[in-house]
Design a protein around this ligand. Structure first.
Ligand SMILES: NCc1[nH]cc(CCC(=O)O)c1CC(=O)O
Length: 309
């Protein structure tokens, strides 16, 4: 049992909420642990104005946190799993996934009650290629423009009238106490969420067995199976974020149902497929679905983008 656990975290309100949440869960284990937050600014935070696809991807939001753990300045890092790349650096591992929050994307507007209510040509803000592609497929008439920044910044830009509506993860809004801003939670079948959306994960040093034993007690087994399928899919597809890849798994009665979409940002063509099987085969299901998507057209899209050879 470690005496002190130091949590590396970004300083955005959502990241801090997640870090405090993990701190509270650790303290609630009732083992006299001390827990400290080590807040830091990542390169990703400094570049929040630019599209993720242009600044080199989501790894930028976790690199400083990982460096702090590798240098012994922090013991664990708390992440939105959506922001965590497919592979972890040598010496670090993902050691616990907490039970997930709502995985859906949320339609947020001050004027319209749902995506269907948006008038022809309405202006929607989102920088996510995954959201843009699926939105275009559902509503080719909409005008979509980039929208970057923390959740609060994005809501402010909506409130200033820069957009008729925006799309955000329901989980982030719920965690920040802003659930009343959700006009409509988009059905996961019509609008497939990002891999890991709504799931908080904890990374630590692989060799730190004492901390890992403690983190084991926060671990949610079903969430882990769900995430295993989604991340296996993502890894096989090159794990890139300059590509619109959506993937969502749900589990009922030991059966896992994984759904995925790969889109071509250039042509707005989409390849979609789904697979079902025993939840205990989560990784294999993710792999198999990825292979099927590659053969059905995703290979050409990803090769065209230089994501896979
Ligand atoms: N890309 C930023 C990000 N990373 C995680 C969340 C939401 C919380 C989650 O998915 O767990 C968000 C905000 C958003 O997409 O609206």
């Amino acid at each position: 049992m470690p005496g002190l656990i130091r949590i590396a975290t970004r300083e955005s309100p959502l990241a801090l909420w997640q870090a405090y949440h993990v701190r509270d869960r650790l303290l609630a284990l009732g083992e006299g642990l001390s827990v400290e937050l080590v807040p830091m600014t990542t390169q990703g935070d400094q570049l929040l104005g630019s599209p993720l696809s242009a600044i080199g991807g989501k790894g930028l939001f976790v690199k400083e946190l990982e460096q702090a753990m590798l240098e012994g300045r922090a013991d664990i890092a708390v992440h939105s799993m959506k922001d965590v790349p497919a592979q972890q650096p040598d010496g670090l591992c993902l050691s616990a996934f907490l039970a997930g929050e709502d995985p859906r994307d949320a339609f947020v507007s001050n004027t319209y009650g749902s995506l269907a209510e948006l008038p022809q040509g309405a202006h929607v803000g989102t920088s996510s290629l995954r959201r843009q592609t699926q939105l275009r497929a559902l509503r080719p008439d909409l005008a979509i423009s980039p929208l970057r920044g923390n959740v609060g910044t994005r809501l402010r830009k909506l409130d200033e009238g820069q957009y008729d509506a925006i799309l955000l993860a329901a989980a982030g809004l719920i965690r920040l106490g802003l659930h009343e801003r959700i006009r409509e939670a988009l059905d996961v079948d019509a609008f497939v969420p990002a891999i890991g959306q709504g799931i908080v994960g904890i990374e630590c040093r692989t060799a730190d067995t004492a901390t890992r034993a403690t983190l084991d007690r926060l671990h949610d087994a079903l969430t882990t199976q769900r995430l295993t399928a989604e991340r296996a899919l993502n890894a096989r597809l090159g794990g890139a974020c300059q590509v619109p890849v959506a993937g969502h798994a749900r589990i009922a009665d030991g059966q896992l149902h994984l759904k995925a979409v790969v889109g071509d940002p250039a042509s707005s063509r989409m390849v979609r497929d789904e697979i079902r099987g025993p939840a205990s085969d989560a990784a294999a299901l993710g792999n198999t679905l990825a292979e099927r998507l590659l053969d059905a057209g995703a290979r050409a899209i990803l090769q065209g983008l230089g994501v896979i050879a």
